[in-house]
Design a protein around this ligand. Structure first.
Ligand code: AMP
Ligand code: GLY
Length: 434
């Protein structure tokens, strides 16, 4: 089966590995903006192209591609899946109308309200150039400011972390010059992610994962795309209750049904729900229309089912007849990122990949030139430990990191007992049962 993968980061390397493991005789093609060595190695052919460039549709047609799998959000926002479907190629990744759930945060909040989807924080949408933000920020008191469009995870600013009341008001006005804006209440709790395969009506859920957005140990420093993530050997994380996971599943199912009603388009692809577990239940932070990066690296290696069979279930809308199963193992994923990331990262700096032991290795934002590997400035390489417990998985990931050489740094606290105990205590305090 000829499959096109769009995207060239760590998430896409994990997808490429899942495709390569399929029993459906996969022949992999990739469209990526730079040569990711991990993906290139698994490919029959690849095209170096911007992931939003319609030229990749021509590449797919010329190569007789039978199925396309979308990695990142940018091609979804650019409507690449629509072009591929129009060219007769089925796509895992929602059409533009359905992908709005990720690339227009104002649309999504209004949509959740219209369809009474649970887990909606207090919010208000302001259109470009509109006034009135000062009053609403004061009314809520504790806010998060979100530009409506895609900002690579870096546009959202949280009060307390990034600014005070006055700073929030100033930032809101700055954003409104160029974009619509959502002002919403700041939620206090622990974040978790649930990812699902979706065929338009049926959802098959992966175990919950927790990402770590802050750059440095102890959740300090600037926000990043995600420094690392972990899951437990069951569906929920140590700080979660069963009802948090079930609530998240219900919200995601309701969302998929409502998207069909609102847009007329079935949601076919991956749905990523990001939730805040709070003292009074779970709330939705955001939806993404793709796997998370790094969260894809946690769940795809756990997949016991054939990834391409699931993909066919998604595009043929027969996911209910596919048995989607995950191994009951814990994983810990840690990114090695360039020194100075995210604000002033060293670019084009050579890295060496040595012995990563029992850890799986994923190439992310690096490129290969003359048999050497270089950083681009974004998250470079990831290692994944898998074991029966989070503790053992963390040890494997930590050992894996020591095999990576170059001007890189990582967070060493992700998946450690100390940090997990802190998360559990935090939730106990919020739930009032400490
Ligand atoms: P997003 O791009 O929507 O994922 O937001 C980036 C990060 O901002 C999230 O991962 C959260 O850590 C934080 N965030 C977003 N919305 C809220 C909220 N309503 N309350 C608290 N933190 C939030
Ligand atoms: N790791 C967060 C995301 O992929 O959006």
């Amino acid at each position: 089966m000829k499959v096109l993968l769009v995207g060239g980061g760590g998430r896409e390397h994990a997808i490429a590995e899942a495709i390569a493991r399929s029993k459906k005789d996969p022949q992999l093609y990739a469209a990526m903006s730079k040569k990711n060595p991990g993906i290139a190695r698994l490919c029959k052919d690849y095209l170096l192209v911007k992931e939003t460039d319609p030229e990749l549709v021509g590449f797919a047609v010329r190569n007789g591609i039978e199925l396309a799998v979308m990695g990142p959000e940018a091609p979804l926002a650019a409507g690449i899946p629509d072009l591929l479907w129009d060219a007769g190629i089925p796509v895992v990744g929602p059409r533009k109308l359905a992908a709005q759930i990720e690339f227009d945060k104002a649309w999504t909040r209004n949509f959740m309200k219209k369809y009474s989807i649970a887990g909606l924080p207090q919010f208000k949408v302001f259109r470009k150039g509109e006034s009135g933000t000062d009053e609403y920020i004061k009314e809520l008191g504790d806010v998060v400011i979100k530009p409506a469009g895609l900002t690579g995870g870096k546009g959202v600013r949280v009060m307390g972390d990034h600014f005070d009341l006055e700073g929030a008001a100033t930032y809101a006005k700055e954003v409104l010059k160029n974009d619509d804006l959502v002002v919403e209440e700041r939620l206090v709790g622990e974040e978790f992610t649930v990812q699902a395969f979706v065929d338009g009506k049926t959802l098959a859920f992966a175990p919950a994962v927790q990402d770590h957005k802050r750059a440095y140990d102890g959740d300090k420093g600037p926000n990043t795309g995600g420094m690392g993530s972990y899951n437990d050997s069951k569906d929920i994380l140590p700080f979660m209750e069963e009802s948090d996971y079930n609530g998240a599943k219900k919200i995601m199912s309701d969302t998929v049904q409502a998207i069909k009603k609102e847009t007329g388009v079935p949601y076919q692809g991956i749905l990523y729900g990001q939730f805040m577990a709070t003292g009074s239940g779970i709330l939705v932070i955001e939806f993404n229309a793709r796997f998370g990066d790094p969260e894809a690296m946690n769940v795809l290696p756990l997949l016991n089912s054939d990834f391409l069979e699931i993909c066919l279930g998604i595009v043929n809308r027969t996911l209910d007849s596919v048995n989607v199963k995950f191994k009951k193992k814990a994983t810990v994923c840690k990114y090695a990122v360039p020194e100075g990331y995210p604000d002033n990262p060293v670019r084009d700096s050579a890295v060496e990949v040595g012995d990563t032991g029992d850890a799986l290795l994923f190439y992310s934002s690096v490129y290969e030139k003359d048999n050497k590997i270089y950083t681009t400035g974004s998250r470079a390489l990831a290692v994944l430990g898998m074991a029966d417990t989070i503790k053992k998985a963390e040890e494997k990931a930590g050992a894996g990191l020591s095999g990576l050489k170059g001007r890189l740094y990582s967070r060493h606290d992700i998946g450690t007992e100390a940090l997990i105990r802190k998360r559990i205590r935090h939730m106990e305090e919020l739930r009032g049962n400490s």
